[in-house]
Design a protein around this ligand. Structure first.
Ligand code: UTP
Length: 457
């Protein structure tokens, strides 16, 4: 784009402050600034801002929504039998090298406020392993168990990619084969101030922000990563987010349910704790499965209870999915675009990193449900699989995640007849056991030293 053309675009979209800035730059700075602005889709930003201003909000009405079908957490003998059947199917997929993992780690973790990417945050209760180490060990343990290879795709953002690559290099990919760890960066969009203006970061740059985890299923296609996996024979992706240390990566039963139900996408569901819990909600809208933001449901509807006193719309999205690679390919071949969602967030901008309210636009991976032919949803228990770290303190913080990890491992040991006092921190390495059953087998006949804390490896 020529300078004159750019000036015209900036004027058309009310970005005159950028023109003033541009005119103050030296020739060399100018060409960098212009290059940086070249890729900005001003038309898109303008229409997203107009929508934001209108406050276009879908508040769903009761007549159009209904609770969806969900495979219940196995409590009865029959449910346990079905889970076991699914597990056998999932195990064979793993053994046949048909499953890879997609970890989205491109977010900015502003609520946690960590000085480094969230994946590098120490999280396990005794050893303080980082999220990335923990996930890598889970994948490696699973790969050994099924004599298989499970590639791990990691989506970062452009600012964190190098640091994350360097971290994996330094730790020798935590024992995984280097070829099986594929790190790529996602796309970005400018953030806007509350008046819809782009924000100048320094003489040559504007402020950008990653454009949401929805980008992952487009980016892996555009970069040829999906095709390369497909050629190696992989057919399914287990999708998870960087902030949940309890995730059961590539859980065989979940994979099996996906296959048995012929789904394009599967999801794990947790029961909402309260009607006002801020968690995405899985439901059916006009007969079609969808996930909506908690704010799309009025409090009146969110608090409806059934005859037993349980929430009618209880299905919280735990952000763990299985995607059929065929489905992702199909979407991309059709040239799909996910809708953008806007949110006001705090950002640390300016010379001294001052806090500012900005508008960010993101796409969400679960909006791909609208193109599915079949979806499979599986209920899980929070205490077994879901404890995301979002905030620095209070609920959903590192403290609650460490507590939940410790409690889960304590429960596994209790099932082996080892009762620990409540205040003992407890950690079980994925190499020791990936679940309660494995733990029981390992413990059989072993003496466990109980000190101030317990770590089993
Ligand atoms: P969150 O919505 O919790 O956002 O992301 P966040 O950026 O981590 O945290 P805040 O809102 O700034 O405090 C859920 C998951 O989606 C990933 C995150 O890394 C996390 O695993 N994500 C989010 C991306 O990969 N890219 C994005 O653009 C946004």
């Amino acid at each position: 784009m020529e300078e004159r053309e750019l000036l015209g675009v900036l004027e058309k979209y009310n970005q005159n402050h950028l023109i003033e800035h541009l005119l103050k730059l030296s020739e060399s700075e100018k060409s960098i600034f212009i290059r940086n602005l070249k890729n900005v889709d001003f038309r898109l930003l303008n229409s997203l801002y107009s929508e934001f201003k209108l406050g276009k909000k879908i508040e769903l009405s009761l007549s159009e929504i209904e609770p969806p079908d969900i495979i219940p957490y196995p409590r009865t003998e029959e449910e346990k039998r079905r889970e076991n059947e699914a597990k056998i199917v999932g195990e064979s997929l793993l053994k046949e090298r048909k499953v890879a993992c997609l970890l989205v780690a491109g977010g900015q973790a502003t609520r946690l406020g960590s000085p480094y990417p969230k994946g590098l945050f120490p999280i396990t209760p005794v050893k303080g392993k980082t999220f990335f180490q923990l996930f890598s060990e889970k994948i490696l343990a699973l790969s050994r168990k099924y004599s298989t290879e499970i590639p791990l795709l990691i989506m970062t953002n452009p600012e964190t990619k190098e640091q994350i690559e360097e971290f994996f290099e330094r730790h020798h990919f935590f024992g995984m084969r280097r070829e099986n760890v594929i790190i790529f960066d996602q796309e970005v969009l400018p953030v806007l101030d509350m008046d819809g203006k782009l924000i100048i970061k320094n003489r040559t740059e504007i402020f950008l922000s990653p454009n949401g985890h929805g980008n992952s299923i487009k980016r892996i296609y555009d970069l040829g990563i999906l095709e390369a996996l497909f050629e190696r024979g992989y057919r399914y992706l287990f999708y998870f987010q960087v902030d949940n240390p309890l995730v059961r990566i590539a859980d065989p039963a979940f994979l099996g349910y996906h296959i048995l139900s012929g789904a394009d996408v599967s999801l794990k569901i947790v029961r909402k704790e309260r009607e006002d819990e801020k968690i995405g909600l899985y439901l059916k809208i006009s007969g079609r499965p969808a996930i909506v933001e908690y704010s799309d449901l009025s409090m009146d509807i969110a608090s409806i209870r059934d005859r037993d006193g349980n929430l009618l719309f209880w299905a919280g999205n735990a952000a763990m999915h299985v995607f059929s690679i065929d489905f992702i390919k199909r979407l991309n071949l059709q040239g799909f675009t996910l809708p953008y969602h806007s949110a006001i967030k705090n950002a640390y901008l300016g010379k001294d990193g001052e806090e500012l309210k900005v508008i960010k636009f993101e796409t969400f991976v679960f909006d791909s449900l609208r193109w599915t032919e079949r979806v499979c949803a599986v209920e899980i228990l929070r205490e077994e699989e879901f404890s995301p770290v979002k905030n620095r303190e209070g609920p959903s913080s590192p403290d609650t995640a460490r507590r939940d990890m410790s409690n889960l491992f304590r429960k596994w040991l209790a099932l082996c007849g080892i009762d620990l006092p409540k205040d003992i921190r407890c950690e079980i390495s994925p190499f020791f056991a990936l679940d309660a059953t494995e733990c029981r087998e390992k413990i059989k006949g072993r003496r466990i030293e109980i000190g101030d804390e317990i770590y089993l490896e």
